[in-house]
Design a binder for this molecule. Structure first.
Ligand code: DC
Length: 223
């Protein structure tokens, strides 16, 4: 079974996906981490986002994996989990994600990772492009103020000095670029369940989605 979770930035997609994967014993795959790792590589190697030749060359030199138990992101065998969450990467990841060559490569790898068995994957195009036949698709949304406060908490815990205004601007800009790009824009799949978690606790959210996942799973087993 494949569970696809899509939605806007900082809606708590990865929290939900991790909770589901943990409870159901599925593999969790964070597709956003892959776009973030590519962005980090481009920034560190001065790859211009307009230089398609350099981009194609770089894509052949990039290997992204997730460490088995911790799920930490490895870029060419180096742990980049913290760096890919930095404001420097967050500010550039949406423009990088508009590049079709990047998307093609990431989607190929995401599909290959799913061959392993049951997975939960979160991102922006999982239910629409990567796994259009996923058995359960959730489209998450939440109020922008709540999303900003959640991200602010997370960044402050990590020791970044960043204002609420800067965070809100980053989320709004990313949502706009992610939803309006030509290749695989963020959109709710027709058969996705829309869930606004603004007023849900983490426990309430997982309880609701778990019930749905178990119901779908039992129908699959009967079929
Ligand atoms: O989930 P995240 O915030 O870590 O994702 C970072 C960026 O990566 C997001 O702003 C857009 C891009 N992304 C994408 O284009 N497609 C995906 N499936 C996942 C992320």
């Amino acid at each position: 079974m494949i569970i696809a979770i899509d939605g806007y930035s900082s809606c708590g997609k990865s929290t939900l996906a991790k909770d589901l994967a943990h409870t159901l014993q599925y593999t969790y795959l964070d597709s956003g981490a892959m776009y973030r790792a590519v962005t980090l590589y481009f920034l560190d190697n001065n790859i211009s986002f307009n230089d398609s030749e350099a981009i194609n060359k770089a894509l052949n030199l990039i290997e992204i994996r997730f460490e088995e138990h911790s799920n930490r992101t490895l870029l060419n065998d180096i742990d980049v989990e913290s760096e890919i969450r930095s404001p420097r990467v967050s500010d550039q990841v949406s423009p990088v994600s508009t590049i079709s060559a990047v998307r093609k490569k990431m989607v190929e790898q995401q599909r290959a990772m799913a061959i392993q068995g049951s997975i939960v994957m979160d991102g922006r195009d999982i239910g629409t492009v990567v796994f259009p036949n996923a058995e359960l698709k959730i489209f998450l949304t939440a109020n922008i103020n709540i999303r900003t406060n959640r991200r602010l908490d997370e960044m402050q815990r990590k020791g970044y000095e960043i204002s609420k205004t800067e965070i809100m601007k980053n989320l709004e800009t990313r949502d706009r670029i992610d939803s309006s790009r030509a290749d695989s824009p963020l959109s709710q799949a027709e058969d996705a369940v829309l869930l606004d978690n603004s007023n849900l606790t983490r426990k309430e959210q997982i309880t609701m989605v778990l019930a749905l996942a178990k119901y779908r799973q039992s129908n699959l087993e009967k079929a």
